[in-house]
Structures are given as C-alpha cells and as structure tokens.
Design a binder for this molecule. Structure first.
Ligand code: HEC
Ligand code: HEC
Ligand code: HEC
Length: 378
C-alpha cells in the first residue's frame, strides 16, 4: 500500500523536522543567553533593584521551593523556655545585625542588600517545618546564610522557637532573654572614640553560660563553672576551627584569639562549681555499675575513668552538669553526629553503644551528683 507508506514517511520526516527545529531554537536560546551574559547587558547592581514583575516571580519561586523541600518532621515543643532563651541569645549575635530585633532596627548596610533582609516579625505564614528548612539551609543569591557546620537540628529549632516567640515582644523582654543579666556598659565619648571601652555584649559568654555564682539560663547550655581549663581551651579551638560542630559556638568563638581563649577558660575553671539540679535520687545499681565499670560484653568502658575529678584535665567533668545537655550530646552522637576533633573520636563510638534509656538514666545520675571542687590533677 504505497499511499500508507508515504504518509508514514511524511510523519517521520516532519517528526525529525520538529526535533531539528526545537534543537535549533534551544541552541539559539543558549547562544542568546551566552551573548547576554558576555556583553554585560544585565545590570547586577544591588542599588538598582528588580522590576516589580521579576521580584514577584523570584519570591513566588522561592516560596514554592521552600514549601516543596520542608522536611516532614515533628517539631519539638517550640514554647519550651529553654529553647526560646538559647534561640534569643544566638539571634542577638547571629541574626539581628541583618534582620533587626525589638532592640535594634535593621542596619542601613543590611538594608542596602538585594533582597534586603526582611523584618522577621511576620513569619506566621511559614509552617514550623518551613522555617526550620529556611534557617538550616539559607537562601541562595540572597545573603541569607545556611546554619554553619553540619546540621545541628536542636540548635536550628532553638532559633525557630525564638522566631515564633519574637512577634509582640517588647525591648525589655527581648534583652532579658538575649542578654540574661549581662549589662551593656554605658561608655564615655572617649571610650567609644578610642575603642578602649568595655567590649560589646555580642562577645559576652555570660549571656549563655552565666558567670560568677550564676549558671546558664537555658538547660541546653553546659555549665562551665569549675570545668578543667585544658578541656575548655581545646573545645574553644575545636569550635573555632569547625572540628566540633555547633553553629552557636562557632559563631561565639569566631573572633577569639588564642590568648582570649586561654583567659576565658581560666576564668570559668576558677569559678566555684554550682549546686547540682535536685537532690540525689534513688540509687540505680545498674547505672552505677555501668558508670563505674562499664560493660565489657558490649565494649563500653567505665565512664568515671575519664570523667571523674581524678581524670586527665583534657576530659569534661560530668558531675553537676545539666541532664538535658548531657542527654542531648550523647543522643546526637548516637544519632550519628560526628566532629573531626581528637576528643570526638574517643567519645562518639562509646555513645553509640548506649541505649536511649541508658543515656537518659546516666544523664540524670551525673546531673544529681555534686561536682567536687578542684580536680586532683589540675
Ligand atoms: C547577612 C545577612 C543575614 C543574616 C546574618 C541572616 N539572614 Fe535571614 N535573610 C537574609 C536575607 C537577605 C533574606 C531575604 C531573602 C528573600 O527575601 O528572598 C533572609 C530571609 C530570612 C527568612 C525568610 C523570611 C521570609 O519571610 O521570607 C528567615 C526566616 C530568616 N532569614 C531567618 C534568619 C535567622 C533565624 C538568622 C540567624 C540565625 C538569619 N536569618 C540570619 C539575610 C540574613
Ligand atoms: C548563644 C549562646 C552561647 C554563647 C554566647 C556562648 N556559648 Fe558556649 N556553648 C553554648 C552551647 C549551646 C554549647 C553546647 C554546644 C555543643 O553542643 O557542643 C556551648 C559549649 C561551650 C563549651 C564546651 C563545654 C563542654 O562541656 O564541652 C565551652 C568551653 C564554651 N561553650 C565556652 C564559651 C565561651 C568561652 C564563650 C564566650 C566567648 C561562649 N561559650 C559563648 C552556648 C553559648
Ligand atoms: C577513654 C575516655 C572516655 C571514656 C571511658 C568515656 N568518655 Fe565521655 N568523653 C571523653 C572525651 C574525650 C570527651 C570530650 C568529647 C568532645 O566534646 O569532643 C567526652 C565527652 C563526654 C560527654 C559530653 C560532656 C560535655 O561536657 O560536653 C558526655 C555526656 C560523656 N562523655 C559521657 C560519657 C559516658 C556516659 C561514658 C561511659 C559510658 C563515657 N563518657 C566514657 C572521653 C571518655
């Protein structure tokens, strides 16, 4: 049947033509885009801004991209004051200079970015998971940074809990949360002009860790009072170099010199340890054995070898530490969080062999123990 063969041939031919046509169009498009970029036609000046339509399209694309990627996870209790306090203290140093806060307006420099960082008073339209995704991953081509270091989900949730609490917060409530008892000293004209005044509160560790006779405001923050100085100097170096992942402590240590690290560690090491949380509970013989002797069958060494007051000053003391902090670190290691420091390599495998129930009981056990003053070695 010649006529049928002919029409099949025409269809194949026109099919090929369509393909060739489309291919040429795509190539032309690519060449056009290349010329557009090469000739420098597009104005990249942040001072010029986008056309209204371009701005709307970019915003539409951003919102859909965030909604499509937000993880399907259950958020922690975002009204928990411990999360909100830690989030506020980090926001003060890590976000407010771009986004402003109830205490400070958005800086004029940040305001000249394109797009400018928005006032975060109106984040209700985002779901918790979407806010979490935004704060953890940042936004390409906007200046909105990703959370530093590998993901520390509990830290990101602290920031989200604060973003939820911030709308409607007044200046006094905000500074109380973000600064704790730390006073921003009023400086004289001379001190401001010559840079010889007390340093900015952004630097102040006491906002989170307390100082003197006062401990941390949030039980997600470790107690440093009376910890060995060697351990703390090493921890500060590891944070600053990114070997110990924590977006919060990486931000707090990024500007410190080696000398300041030693001074700060010496200060906290010299403070009297705080009284432990609550009274000693019932003795739990299984946990006491695990802590003292470990469990040889599961390759778990006794914790006290490295963690009681006679241990080397390179190891943290656990007695009197916040239970929630101890549990948080052990759980993070167990879930696979890894740093690249020498001390992380010692502890991560041990934590991986404990069950969640053991972790919780061990944390309670140490939190209730009084920290016994000076270590014998130090
Ligand atoms: C260097 C400046 C900068 C810093 C620091 C910064 N951001 Fe942003 N952020 C931006 C910019 C710019 C945008 C706007 C992106 C856009 O409009 O597409 C943004 C957007 C956001 C958004 C989305 C808001 C919305 O409704 O579109 C959230 C939420 C956010 N930032 C939270 C934070 C938090 C929390 C921190 C601190 C951990 C932080 N940002 C630190 C610049 C910054
Ligand atoms: C915004 C709150 C915040 C500020 C400010 C802050 N820290 Fe921390 N710090 C934390 C949190 C949270 C951790 C726990 C991080 C982790 O999971 O490793 C921590 C951990 C530490 C540790 C490790 C303790 C241990 O037992 O392993 C040391 C040491 C430390 N901080 C010292 C400092 C010093 C010194 C400063 C001031 C330069 C400072 N921190 C400022 C919140 C803060
Ligand atoms: C061989 C020595 C060693 C033994 C044994 C050991 N640890 Fe550790 N542990 C370390 C080191 C080193 C660190 C510091 C890790 C880091 O932060 O990088 C640490 C840190 C910790 C921390 C975090 C404390 C803080 O202040 O941040 C906890 C909690 C902990 N260990 C619990 C335990 C428990 C529970 C056991 C017993 C099952 C145990 N460790 C046994 C060496 C040891």
């Amino acid at each position: 049947m010649p006529s049928a063969r002919k029409s099949a041939l025409t269809i194949r031919l026109s099919g090929r033509r369509i393909l060739i046509g489309l291919g040429s169009l795509v190539s032309l498009g690519l060449v056009g885009a290349g010329m557009f970029a090469w000739l420098g036609i597009y104005n990249v000046a942040a001072s010029v801004g986008h056309f209204y339509v371009v701005d709307r399209i970019l915003r539409f694309g951003m919102e859909n991209s965030v909604k499509a990627r937000a993880p399907d996870i259950v958020p922690p209790d975002l009204t928990d004051p411990n999360l909100i306090r830690l989030g506020a203290a980090h926001y003060y140093a890590g976000c407010a200079y771009c986004h402003g806060s109830p205490d400070t307006p958005i800086s004029p420099i940040a305001h000249s970015m394109l797009p400018p960082p928005p006032d975060l008073g109106g984040v209700e339209r985002w779901k918790d998971q979407e806010l979490f995704w935004l704060v953890r991953n940042g936004l390409k081509y906007t200046g909105m940074p990703a959370w530093p270091g590998p993901s520390r989900d509990e830290e990101v949730w602290a920031a989200v809990a604060f973003l939820r609490a911030m709308p409607g917060m007044n200046r006094a409530q905000y500074t109380r949360l973000a600064l704790g008892d730390v006073e921003i000293a009023a400086q004289s004209g001379e001190e401001i002009a010559t840079g010889e005044g007390p340093s900015d509160a952004v630097q102040a560790c006491a906002r989170c860790h307390g100082g003197g006779a006062k401990g941390p405001e949030s039980d997600l923050v470790p107690v440093l009072h009376g910890q060995p100085a060697d351990m703390m100097v090493q921890a500060l170096r590891d944070y600053a170099a990114g070997r110990r992942p924590s977006g919060i402590m990486q931000a707090a240590t990024s500007g410190l010199t080696e000398r300041e690290m030693v001074q700060l560690a010496t200060y906290y090491a010299g403070l009297t340890p705080l009284r432990p949380e609550g009274a000693p509970g019932e003795t739990d013989s299984r946990v006491e054995r695990l802590v003292a002797e470990g469990d040889a069958a599961r390759n778990i060494p006794g914790c006290v070898q490295c963690h009681d007051n006679r241990a080397l000053p390179l190891y943290p003391r656990l007695a009197g530490q916040s239970a929630r902090y101890l549990e948080g670190r052990l759980t993070a290691w167990r879930a696979g969080l890894r740093g690249t420091s020498a001390t992380d390599a010692i502890m991560a495998p041990i934590a991986g062999r404990l069950t969640p129930e053991e972790i919780s009981r061990i944390a309670q056990h140490f939190a209730r123990q009084p920290a016994a003053g000076e270590s014998a070695v130090r």
